[in-house]
Design a protein around this ligand. Structure first.
Ligand code: G6P
Length: 374
């Protein structure tokens, strides 16, 4: 067991730190960047006979649980942008509870690290009965979801042992960004955007290596938050999923109450919680919603909120209001890939909080790596 962990103390720690490599493996052989810019594209072998059908679908429905659901949520905006197809989100159990409508004209995408989660598998059977084209995105070759879907993409992140998913999350987002490129097809109008994303994907492992250098800083922050009861994480747009996923990590392993909040909903409830003691992480990296997040920060500050702002490198001085505000500066990448970078400090924070609070990192109480019963 110690050999598998290498020089790391825990699998979760190892899996966080191996993300530059797992992302490289995920993209291997799938990015095309031949000389001229025109040929920048992606190649997803597992989809090649079905791309036309996917492009013609009336709707794309993402279905998953836990971290896999969050990864799909992170990829939703770029899929909508590049494909022009409406994308809806379904937590597998909720779709089953409602027996929500699924049509023959739908493409249903099942996202699951293990490929064995009971609710996701049942939702797959339900979608198959309703005639949808079913696509699997899993990390496990030969898993039930990989076998039962019509086509799919393996994320190739390597075995993930820690119950809390980390490297599978970032690989899932990357695969879904590649899916968006594949479905979107080449049009003159989106050519520059597509090229920027392909270039961004190439460079992503390096940027993840850079953000991992925040390890000690996140340990210091964990030390500061060790005795807190609760932590809020505000995000929006591409990084609403980051807020949910960061909060999920803190909840799962550090056993601290944590909630991811859609910043646009701040005035509809969450603002009532703000005081001088409750720590709040606000994700405010550069994207089209940056100025809206700056305004959120100002409003939280005006109510004496205890702020920890995650911002793009070089922005801390201008984005942080007041002395008491802490910052986490991260490298900036193409907006749709930014969730891959932004989740890393939160994974590190959750990891260090868990160790410092003395809880079991790799097997948090009451939780299982794969939930195979309903
Ligand atoms: C469990 C695990 C999570 C995982 C979720 C979905 O709750 O603890 O880490 O995100 O199941 O699992 P899946 O294998 O379908 O991605």
């Amino acid at each position: 067991e110690q050999i598998n962990k290498g020089h790391y103390e825990h699998y979760m720690q190892k899996e966080i730190h191996e993300q530059p490599e797992s992302l490289t493996t995920t993209m291997r052989g799938r990015l095309i960047r031949r000389g001229s810019s025109k040929s920048k594209s992606v190649l997803l072998g597992g989809l090649k006979d079905h791309l036309k059908t996917i492009r013609r679908s009336r709707r794309i429905v993402f279905i998953g649980c836990g971290t896999s659901y969050n990864a799909a949520l992170a990829a939703r905006p770029i899929l909508e942008e590049l494909s022009g197809i409406p994308v809806s989100m379904e937590i597998a159990s909720d779709l089953l509870d409602r027996q929500g409508p699924i049509y023959r004209e739908d493409t249903a995408v099942f996202v699951s690290q293990s490929g064995e989660t009971a609710d996701t598998l049942l939702a797959l059977e339900y979608a198959l009965e309703n005639g949808a084209l079913c696509v699997g995105i899993t990390n496990t070759v030969g898993s039930a979801i990989a076998r039962k879907t019509h086509c799919g993409i393996h994320i190739n992140a390597g075995a993930e042992i820690g119950v809390a998913s980390t490297k599978a999350y970032t690989s899932q987002i990357v695969v879904m960004a590649m899916l968006a490129l594949a479905i979107g097809g080449d049009t003159i109008s989106n050519q520059a955007r597509r090229e920027a994303i392909v270039d961004g994907l190439y460079d992503l492992p390096n940027k993840v290596r850079e953000v991992l250098k925040l390890d000690q800083e996140m340990k210091d922050l964990a030390q500061l938050l060790i005795a807190e009861q609760s932590l809020l994480v505000f995000g929006r747009s591409y990084n609403y999923a980051t807020a949910l996923e960061g909060a999920l990590k803190v909840k799962e392993v550090a056993l601290m109450h944590s909630e991811g909040i859609l910043a646009g909903e701040m005035k509809h409830g969450p603002l009532a919680l703000v005081d001088e003691s409750l720590p709040i992480v606000v994700i405010a990296t550069r994207d089209a919603c940056f100025s809206k997040q700056q305004s959120v920060i100002q409003q939280l500050h005006a109510r004496k909120g205890r702020l920890i702002v995650m911002c793009s490198k070089g922005d801390a001085a201008s984005v942080c209001p007041g002395e008491s505000c802490r910052s986490i500066e991260v490298p900036q990448v193409e907006d749709c890939l930014q969730p891959v970078i932004n989740v890393v400090p939160l994974q590190l924070l959750a990891y260090h909080l868990t160790v410092l609070r003395g809880f079991n990192v790799d097997q948090p109480r009451n939780l299982a790596k794969s939930v195979t019963t309903q």
